[in-house]
Design a protein around this ligand. Structure first.
Ligand SMILES: NC(=O)c1ccc[n+]([C@@H]2O[C@H](COP(=O)([O-])OP(=O)(O)OC[C@H]3O[C@@H](n4cnc5c(N)ncnc54)[C@H](O)[C@@H]3O)[C@@H](O)[C@H]2O)c1
Ligand SMILES: O=C(O)C(=O)C[C@@H](O)[C@H](O)[C@H](O)COP(=O)(O)O
Ligand SMILES: [Zn+2]
Length: 376
């Protein structure tokens, strides 16, 4: 991850009151000081144990640039999004005398940027954060947009804050070590961006081989990443705090989050969102007349990527119960993001429970025998 001989990165600007760049390219570590700005002296580098080599490289690079760089090594994946992990980070910040002019840098997937973003949002009521996403999902979605959060026993992301980063470094070289199944679960959010806003993404996914789609050094994946970031940047530039348009980024998430909770976070987010998008598409067909061709296209693309399309039928009541705590719900009214057509998302409020159940029947599968767990 050296910054020598780096080609000029693509810069995607996220607008709004606190605008910031998302830099996309190779060998971009050297961009971190520029994003941190002039006044930062101390940096907390937050990374999971599984990414110790990369996290350490970032910390050493920052130390070599003159920062007092402190490491916070946290549990892996969804285990990171826990209040005790936030408290551990607050402890490190306190013991190292971090002030309001200091900063946090996250290195990892979406779980790490959500946790580290929340720590930065809450420490001294808000310090700077820069994200270095190392999963596809983190690059195209989680690290961009300023939503931060942790889970509680009752559900996913129930505690958090909107806290935009000062910048995001999308170094595609970090994808070299990402396991293939992690890359493809991240692709669910890319597909989401295609169906809600940018159908060119869908053409790329349909017209290229899985090898080209997953080649981190190749032009296809690079275009998918840049297009998906552009969708997210455009939406959050307009509506940081989800008072309106931003809800479209939740397509597939109402059921998806309920599945993650039901599976005790043993399914990856992208896998759960894949089933959630199929459910949302079926609901769109039943309630908004979404053409069958669009539903079939979504199913075909998700299937090509090896993403799950169904979920066990026997869990419907549990899922429905969790969906009542979804952040889009208003009082007793459940709300879903649905599609009127390709790239025409809208909100459906208080749908007839019979239609919700009917949509679920379209994605329902028999319960696995012998307690088999599908990791997605
Ligand atoms: N804030 C947002 O806007 C937003 C958007 C989408 C998703 N999310 C959240 O993001 C999380 C999911 O993120 P994720 O899919 O990145 O999962 P993750 O952060 O759990 O990472 C998945 C796994 O990949 C490993 N990993 C990460 N980078 C690697 C690399 N370069 N090489 C090898 N292994 C690597 C991690 O150690 C982990 O085991 C969920 O908690 C979801 O709710 C947030
Ligand atoms: O950025 C957003 O807004 C999104 O909804 C993006 C989602 O992909 C992401 O999973 C988000 O964390 C879900 O937000 P939540 O508000 O439903 O917790
Ligand atoms: Zn998501």
């Amino acid at each position: 991850m050296s910054s020598e001989n780096a080609a000029e990165p693509r810069r995607i600007e996220v607008g709004g009151d606190q605008s910031y760049p998302v830099l996309v390219g190779s060998s971009l570590l050297g961009e971190l000081p520029g994003l941190l700005g002039e006044h930062v002296r101390k940096v907390l580098v937050v990374y999971p144990r599984a990414l110790r080599t990369t996290g350490d490289a970032v910390r050493e690079d920052l130390a070599a640039s003159g920062y007092e760089a402190v490491a916070a090594e946290i549990p892996d994946a969804e285990e990171a999004k826990h209040i005790q992990v936030a408290a551990f980070c607050w402890g490190v910040l306190g013991q190292s005398d971090f002030t309001r002019s200091d900063a946090v840098v996250s290195v990892g997937g979406g779980a790490v940027s959500d946790l580290a973003g929340f720590v930065a949002a809450s420490w001294l009521r808000g310090v700077k954060v820069v994200h270095v996403p190392t999963t596809l999902l983190g690059m195209v979605d989680a690290a961009v947009g300023g939503k931060t959060g942790i889970n509680t026993a009752e559900g996913k992301n129930l505690v958090g804050a909107f806290h935009p980063p000062a910048g995001v470094v999308v170094d595609v070289d970090t994808l070299a070590t990402l396991p293939r199944n992690e890359l493809f679960t991240g692709m669910a959010e890319v597909v989401k961006a295609g169906f809600i806003a940018d159908p060119a993404i869908l053409d790329l996914l349909e017209n290229n081989s899985l090898d080209d789609i997953s080649d981190h050094g190749g032009a296809v994946l690079r275009e998918l990443i840049e297009r998906a970031i552009a969708v997210k940047a455009s939406v959050v530039s307009e509506d940081l705090k989800e008072t309106g348009r931003r809800e479209i980024l939740n397509y597939g998430h109402t059921l998806g989050h309920a599945i993650e909770l039901a599976e005790r976070y043993q399914w990856r987010h992208g896998a759960a969102v894949s089933v959630g998008m199929m459910f949302a598409a079926e609901l769109s067909s039943l309630t908004r007349g979404l053409p069958d061709a669009v539903v079939d296209r979504q199913r075909d693309i998700l299937r090509k990527l090896g993403l799950p399309l169904t979920y066990r039928a026997d869990r419907w009541h549990q899922l429905l119960d969790s969906m009542k705590r979804d952040k889009k719900a208003r009082g007793a009214l459940l709300r879903f993001v649905v599609l009127d057509d390709l790239a025409r998302p809208t909100t459906l409020e208080g749908p007839d429970p019979a239609l919700l159940f009917a949509a679920f029947q379209e994605v329902a599968a028999e319960a696995p025998r012998g307690g088999a767990v599908q990791l997605g």
